[in-house]
Ligand binder design. Structure first.
Ligand code: XMP
Length: 517
């Protein structure tokens, strides 16, 4: 792998993603890992990330020179760059001149390994207080900025490179090119982390992990669980059984998508449990959002548990009980929880998402090395339908938390029809990739007076909540063109007779959340 050494920067994960975008497999490791441990991973190249500290600050993370002497190509970024300069005999000083934000860099050699074919002036993103004032002996300085006499150095012989700025952020105009030049030209690596290669490698690891055991997977219809299931199916075929709990809270067409399209495309062995009535009963009369969530989660566990037992009874012969539970965990969660990065890593889990203690599965997480965009590529490679691969986030409790008020079959039906229209029109307007997600909410306990034909109506409002976001932590309301909104409003009020008003939510998050409940 290409190792990205995390010096405590918020950017390490981003660097790892950029390396993947250059079609090379990357892993983030903490700077506290010893050089010996890092080299034991047989890295094809090493990228040293930025970091918050000054190299002179007390307790500043240090760089073991052994990393630079191992013959492995190394690229330092910001703090990593300065640490390299220091370790290689150059000088890093507190110049008093700070550079933050967009800066113009002057490239002094546009034929160099890093800057080949790029303009000699380029906008770069800076964030540093210290600067390299003297380059190490024997390297070439190939860029300067107003605040840094040495802003980039290159040593083709030892394959050591570095830049003072952050090539991984979008604001560095040629950042990705610089990184790719390091990886492809400097380190001479082949861009081999392609979707096909990912599928082969991950499937092989899953196969090795699971062997001839049986596995189950709870399908939700979302991207991650679908792609995880498709991958495991590719690896172990019908040793995998997927369980789809139809709780009746999905949107129009979604259950069919899983039951028919997904199965047809991937050949997974699917058990569909129709739990619609059970959910309606359990949810009857409940309007508190958290109470609804609890009930929906609890019922899911009960249904899933029963399905798992049935599978054991039906299909698991004595030698091959169901031992594995497939989960669609992604790399950002793994890094965040400080976990290891083996691509199909496994751990024992006794209580996954609230599963009861007496169901002791081992977890297989085939996507735990992947970022979301890679999951999508793998999904497409595996033939998972585009509608699933590009699906916007949808909450587990589904429409259950999009009816403000209690949930019943009639209300679900109203909401489902309104939601279908909104989705159709947003898709027709080509807005699916601009919008992070668009909850459509039924205010079931609110009625307002309207007029239709010659008659007075007393109907419900539907709320449209289109939001733009990067990670759902914050969001802004999406400026959907008026004519698209008009079309949605016109169709909903015409086609869904119980609804006589459509309103638009123009609140950002915070203070609002994305969902209404
Ligand atoms: P909020 O409403 O908190 O939503 O701004 C943030 C993101 O999380 C989704 N969401 C949920 N997902 N179970 C889920 O699996 C839930 O109970 C739940 N509540 C909200 C929401 O759709 C958005 O993407």
């Amino acid at each position: 792998p290409v190792l990205v050494v995390d010096f405590g920067a918020q950017y390490a994960q981003l660097i790892a993603r950029r390396v993947r975008e250059a079609s090379l497999y990357s892993e983030v490791v903490p700077h506290t890992m010893t050089a010996e441990e890092m080299l034991a991973k047989q890295p094809s190249a090493i990228v040293l990330s930025g970091g918050p500290s000054s190299v002179y600050a007390e307790g500043a993370p240090s760089l073991d020179p052994a990393l630079l002497d191992a013959g492995v190509p190394v690229f330092g970024i910001c703090y990593g760059f300065q640490a390299m300069v220091g370790a290689m005999g150059g000088t890093v000083e507190h110049t008093g001149l700070r550079e933050y934000g967009a800066t113009e860099a002057t490239i002094t050699d546009t034929n160099s390994t890093l800057f080949n074919g790029q303009p000699d002036q380029q906008s770069v993103w800076m964030s540093h207080g210290d600067s390299a004032s003297k380059a190490p002996d024997g390297v070439r300085v190939t860029a300067t900025t107003p605040g840094a006499a040495v802003a980039a150095f290159e040593d083709d012989e030892r394959k050591l490179y570095g830049v003072q700025w952050h090539p991984e952020v979008m604001h560095s105009t040629f950042g990705q090119r610089v990184l790719e030049n390091f990886l492809w030209r400097g380190a001479g690596l082949d861009a081999d982390w392609t979707p096909g290669a990912m599928v082969d490698e991950l499937a092989a690891q899953v196969k090795e992990t699971i062997g001839s055991d049986r596995a189950i997977c709870a399908l939700s219809g979302g991207v991650d669980s679908s792609v995880a299931a498709a991958l495991v199916q590719k690896a172990i075929g019908d040793q995998l059984t997927c369980v789809f709990v139809d709780h009746g809270l999905l949107r129009e067409g979604e259950a069919e998508q899983v039951e028919k399209d997904f199965v047809a495309a991937t050949g997974v062995d699917l058990v569909v449990v129709d739990a619609k009535d059970r959910y309606l009963e359990a949810l009857a009369g409940v309007s508190d959002p958290e109470e609804k969530r609890k009930i929906i989660g609890r019922e899911f566990i009960r249904v899933f548990e029963q399905a798992a037992r049935d599978i054991v009874a039906d299909r698991g012969d004595e030698q091959h009980p169901v031992k594995w539970l497939v989960q669609g965990t992604l790399y950002p969660d793994v890094v965040e929880s400080g976990g290891g990065t083996g691509a199909a890593n496994i751990k024992s889990h006794h209580n996954v998402g609230g599963l009861p203690d007496d169901m002791q599965f081992k977890l297989v997480e085939p996507l735990r090395a992947l970022f979301k965009d890679e999951v999508r590529k793998v999904g497409l490679e595996l033939g998972v339908p585009e509608e699933i691969v590009w699906r916007q986030p949808f909450p587990g409790p589904g429409l259950g938390i999009r009816i403000v008020g209690s949930v019943d079959a009639e209300r679900l039906d109203i909401l489902r029809r309104a939601d279908k229209i909104a989705r159709e029109e947003l898709t027709a307007a080509g807005l699916d990739r601009d919008i992070w997600q668009c909850p459509v909410v039924l205010l079931a306990d609110v009625r307002s007076v309207g007029v239709q034909g010659d008659g007075r109506t007393y109907g419900h409002p539907i709320v449209l909540r289109p939001v733009s976001s990067e990670d759902a932590m914050t969001a802004d309301w999406t400026r959907v063109p008026y004519d698209v909104l008009a079309k949605i409003s016109g169709r909903i009020t015409n086609e869904v007779s119980e609804v006589n008003r459509v309103v638009l939510d123009v609140t950002s998050k915070p203070p609002g959340t994305i969902e209404w409940e």
